[in-house]
Write a protein that binds this ligand. Structure first.
Ligand SMILES: C[S@@+](CC[C@H](N)C(=O)[O-])C[C@H]1O[C@@H](n2cnc3c(N)ncnc32)[C@H](O)[C@@H]1O
Length: 339
């Protein structure tokens, strides 16, 4: 993140206070809460309002900053393990919520009762660190490019029968993309390039989608069994994505997914070829950062994707992503996601 921001906004922003998974910056310009550093590696960003010993002091700052406005509260842990935040950590964070809400309300702050913020609404980000660490307070303005959940963290665990962590990545991508509404996916078709052993396929099947998976390797029997519950919902094409014949491809394809473990330049050429034939309305792509040069090429990959993908194209490193990041393209928010 530091390299990416140095390259884009190095004259304006310089790194300041740091903790694992939290970076603050000094800015040479006055920024407001709508500012975003536009980095794939910054899952949540906003203006920093300081560190506080307790809920009462934090509430006083919020009152001073946002007098008269209805605020959405996001409370989340600072440390996010790749396999998800353990239940006991969420329990510790949730335990602080009640005290925080009551301090904010006593200070006269109006809190929104909605489960997700509305576009244009101020969100306060309260970050809980290790025991004894001060509460960190930030704020941002919600918008379609921002994650709707506190800390960009869906509370989903990897089911015992998922054959790979890609289940978690897919669920996190769907929530980030706004595709988790009840009417968004059932009955629609996904084409997944690099589907074996089938974690993501399992997540898509359980969301009511039909899946055509492409991979020379096998699908896990548990995923095959899930497909058999709804006959015709799962088809496995045992070929490399570059060797797909037109007649093998079902139409229409609503969502084109790729999790192929190949270098991004080769992967993008393959996806472009497939997308030119299927014209999916949404793309969900995992790009592998297999060496440091790939990191520097991210802006170039994004431009390349914009040439063939539906608009808008957005990228983030999901909590479950390791050396990789996720790109979602398409007008999903307005057309497909009905919450
Ligand atoms: C990270 S795994 C995919 C995990 C999978 N999405 C899941 O949900 O379990 C990468 C897969 O990409 C496949 N792959 C690599 N190159 C491919 C290509 N050209 N066409 C199709 N699949 C490919 C590999 O065989 C491998 O199974």
């Amino acid at each position: 993140m530091k390299e990416q921001i140095a390259a884009r906004a190095g004259k304006m922003l310089s790194p300041s206070f740091m903790r694992p998974q939290l970076i603050t910056w000094k800015s040479s310009r006055l920024l407001d809460a709508s500012f975003t550093p536009d980095s794939v590696f910054a899952r949540v960003s906003g203006i920093s309002l300081g560190m506080f010993d307790d809920a009462v002091a934090l509430a006083a700052k919020v009152k001073e900053q946002f007098a008269g406005l209805t605020i959405h509260l996001h409370l989340f842990p600072r440390i996010i393990p790749e396999d998800g935040v353990p239940d006991e950590v969420w329990a510790q964070v949730d335990a602080r919520r009640e005290a925080l809400v009551s301090a904010l309300e006593s200070a006269g702050v109006k809190l929104s009762g909605n489960s997700r913020p509305r576009d244009g609404q101020f969100v306060i980000d309260v970050i809980v660190g290790e025991l004894g660490e001060k509460l960190f307070l930030g704020a941002h303005v919600h918008g379609p490019e921002r994650h709707p959940l506190a800390g960009a963290l869906p509370r989903i665990a990897l089911p015992d029968d998922a054959p790979s962590r890609a289940y978690l990545k897919m669920e996190q991508a769907l929530i980030w993309a706004g595709l988790d509404g009840p009417k968004a996916l059932p009955g629609k078709t996904a084409l997944e390039l690099g589907c074996s052993p089938g974690g993501a396929t399992l997540a898509l099947l359980r969301r009511g989608m039909n899946v055509v998976g492409v991979d020379t390797a096998d699908l896990d029997p548990r995923v095959v069994a899930e497909g058999e519950k709804r006959p015709g919902s799962l088809k496995h094409l045992r070929v490399a994505a570059g060797d797909l014949f037109n007649e093998e491809l079902p139409r229409p394809i609503h969502v084109l997914v790729s999790d192929m473990n190949i270098a991004p330049p080769i992967m993008l050429r393959t996806i472009e070829g497939v997308q030119s034939r299927v014209r999916a309305r949404v793309l969900i792509l995992t790009l592998k950062i297999n060496d440091r040069r790939i990191e520097q090429q991210i802006p170039r990959f994004m431009k390349q994707i914009e040439m063939f993908a539906p608009f808008p194209v957005r990228a983030t490193q999901l909590p479950a992503n390791r050396a990789e990041f996720c790109v979602v393209a398409g007008e999903f928010m307005h057309r497909m996601a009905a919450h």
